[in-house]
Design a protein around this ligand. Structure first.
Ligand code: ZN
Length: 242
């Protein structure tokens, strides 16, 4: 059983987008897990085997309880029944309460398709007759929150990750084949540019600044949020000047 599950396309996507939130969830005592959908074999740098080792290393830094790979073909992830069923089986086995995943309409087709695959599979996992013969019981629909990364969307909420920014960056750097490495003779990409790691750190700092803290990670949810105490919510620190 997992409380929070990250479902992302490539072995470094969770680290790049929601690593701080996972570290924070762990510090609050939740069980955390990651399901990588592909092995990242389309990547310009690295091999699937090497990337799998880096993912294990990063999982240790993030203190994940579970990290699995669905091994769908990188660059060819679509919302089709075969893949929905595979994902439903994982969800029924791990029983997450919350799923964090890609942004809807992300420019990378796999990322975008996974955002929809997750939403559909989360719903189907609750229907007892969907894949009912397989022998796994239905679960309550896990709640889905989408990380905001490439598209400009107003966040539904921002998680304060101020205490975890350094460890988040360490988890990203564990993917040695993917980021700045002066000793590598593999082709350069935007991700391997020296400035990319600074850019990522600045992103977290920017979203932190919107809620008056050192660093934050932004999320979008499609559903209205059910709030018990609006006074408590609205009087939390929101920006540097309030
Ligand atoms: Zn990716």
């Amino acid at each position: 059983m997992i409380d929070v599950l990250g479902v992302f396309a490539h072995p470094d996507d969770l680290e790049l987008t929601v690593g701080g939130t996972f570290l924070k969830m762990k510090s609050l005592g939740y069980r955390t897990g990651c399901l990588d959908i592909t092995r990242g074999e389309m990547g310009t740098r690295g091999t699937p085997e090497g990337r799998a080792e880096e993912a294990i290393e990063a999982a240790k830094i993030l203190k994940l309880d579970v990290r699995e790979n669905l091994e769908l073909p990188d660059g060819h992830v679509f919302v089709v029944d075969e893949y929905r069923t595979k994902l439903v089986r994982v969800l029924r086995r791990l029983k997450p309460k919350v799923i964090l995943t890609h942004q809807i309409d992300d420019p990378h087709p796999d990322h975008n398709h996974i955002s929809h695959l997750v939403r559909e599979s989360a719903r189907l996992a609750s229907m007892k007759n969907y894949d009912g013969d397989f022998g796994l019981e239905r679960i309550d629909v896990p709640k889905v929150a989408h990380n905001i990364f490439s598209r400009r969307v107003i966040p539904s909420f921002i998680v304060d990750i101020s205490d975890f920014l350094e460890e988040k960056m360490d988890a990203i750097k564990a993917h040695k084949s993917q980021f700045y490495n002066p000793d590598s003779d593999e082709p350069e990409t935007r991700l391997t540019d020296k400035n990319f790691l600074d850019e990522l750190e600045n992103r977290s700092k920017y979203f932190g600044s919107l809620i008056g803290v050192k660093a934050g990670e932004p999320y979008f949810v499609r559903e209205a949020l059910n709030i018990e105490d609006p006074v408590k919510l609205l009087t939390r620190k929101m920006n540097l000047y309030s």
